[in-house]
Design a protein around this ligand. Structure first.
Ligand code: 5AD
Length: 361
């Protein structure tokens, strides 16, 4: 599999696979030094701002059967839900009232026309009422024409996690009906269409090796992405991997080190500190920020459905009321000496640099 893209991005990070593996294994003082280095790079390349973006999980219906995910279609232990476009708009109104300028609409994957039209219609409603709201979509693999439609209706960013950059590993995590090549192709199509793209992997997923993770970092660099969302794998009891041996502390350490190594390899991209970190430590997402991440995604989904949205066994819900939830995040960010930023919806630094280079040419 060849990955076209801006090779120089990787060269700029200048890390070999062996160096990446070595850094992933650092613990104790050396690990702290790694995190500090990544934090310094974030500070000098970007700023001390932490972007707060609202994650709106609007449906948990999914046509896939990934072996690790609680939303898999054959899991009959969860109640399926789908917010109506109007209900989604109400959540967006609340996010907007709270000062948030950037949202992520996330759902299980479905490729039927009914679903894709419903997404397009929702985008239309949101953009009519909140023209300046930056909308990121995360609704999985779709036909190119569907991605084009979403783009026309105002989505400007798209997150599609590759889950692993190793095709053999991908096969161990997914049924045969899902293909690694198709996912890579989707990422290329999204970028060609003009989306700012984000991808990511689960860290310490079953069958994953340190070499796989190092390859993931190199894959991200070659793809020249704008956003990376790395989250520790957390088992879900209603999945085939539910009973596999799991080492939470090791997973947390690896997850944090991955964030730091990625920051060193790609200094100016947006890196999310994801909710799955919070399942491994009460201050998991803060640790993610301290390790070099610069984006945080509070879940502003419909509270009525929150317990059905879970992808993994999740114990942390946080305060339920919007204002309290956001205030909580802002306070935590300030305590770290960082600056919460709910308005900075604009392109990431990496994207702006690219646009500048194009317009100068
Ligand atoms: N642990 C951690 N992350 C998970 N995801 C799905 N299941 C799990 C799990 N058990 C992540 C996948 C998916 C994203 C929406 O959630 O990376 O792309």
């Amino acid at each position: 599999m060849t990955i076209s893209g801006n090779q120089s991005t990787h060269e700029r990070g200048g890390l070999s696979k062996a160096q990446i593996v070595e850094m992933l294994c650092l613990r104790d003082d050396e690990q702290t030094a790694l995190h500090n280095k990544a934090s310094d790079i974030r500070k000098t390349t970007l700023t001390d701002s932490v972007y707060i973006r609202a994650l709106i999980e609007f449906s948990n219906v999914c046509c896939n059967d990934c072996f690790y995910c609680g939303l898999r279609k054959t899991n009959s232990n969860i109640k399926r839900f789908e917010l109506s476009p109007e209900e989604i708009l109400t959540v967006v109104d609340d996010a907007s009232d709270a000062g948030i300028n950037s949202i992520i609409l996330q759902a299980g994957e479905r490729r039927d026309r009914k679903f894709t039209s419903y997404v397009s219609y929702t985008l239309k409603l949101i953009k009519e009422k909140h023209p300046r709201m930056c909308v990121t979509l995360a609704v999985g693999e779709q036909e190119r024409g569907v991605y084009e439609e979403f783009f026309e209706y105002g989505a400007s960013r798209y997150i599609l996690r590759i889950e692993t950059s190793n095709e053999q590993h991908f096969k161990k995590l997914h049924p045969l009906s899902q293909s690694f090549k198709s996912r890579v192709q989707c990422l290329h199509e999204l970028r060609d269409i003009g989306f700012q793209i984000g991808t990511g992997v689960m860290v310490n997923a079953p069958y994953q090796t340190l070499e796989n993770l190092a390859d993931d970092i190199i894959f991200f660099s070659l793809l020249d992405l704008e956003l990376c969302s790395l989250g520790p794998y957390v088992p879900h009891s209603d999945t085939p991997f539910g009973g596999v041996e799991y080492l939470p502390e090791e997973t947390l350490n690896l997850g944090l080190n991955m964030i730091s190594v990625l920051r060193i390899a790609m200094p100016d991209i947006n890196i999310a500190s994801t909710a799955s970190l919070d399942t491994l430590s009460p201050d998991g997402r803060e640790l993610g920020l301290v390790s070099g991440a610069n984006v945080i995604l509070p879940r502003l989904s419909s509270y009525a459905h929150r317990s059905n949205s879970i992808l993994y066994n999740d114990k942390t819900d946080g305060p339920l009321e919007y204002g309290a939830l956001l205030k909580n995040f802002e306070d935590k960010i300030k305590l770290l000496g960082l600056i919460p930023d709910m308005e900075g919806a604009g392109g990431g630094h990496h994207y702006m640099q690219k646009v500048k280079n194009i317009s100068i040419k």
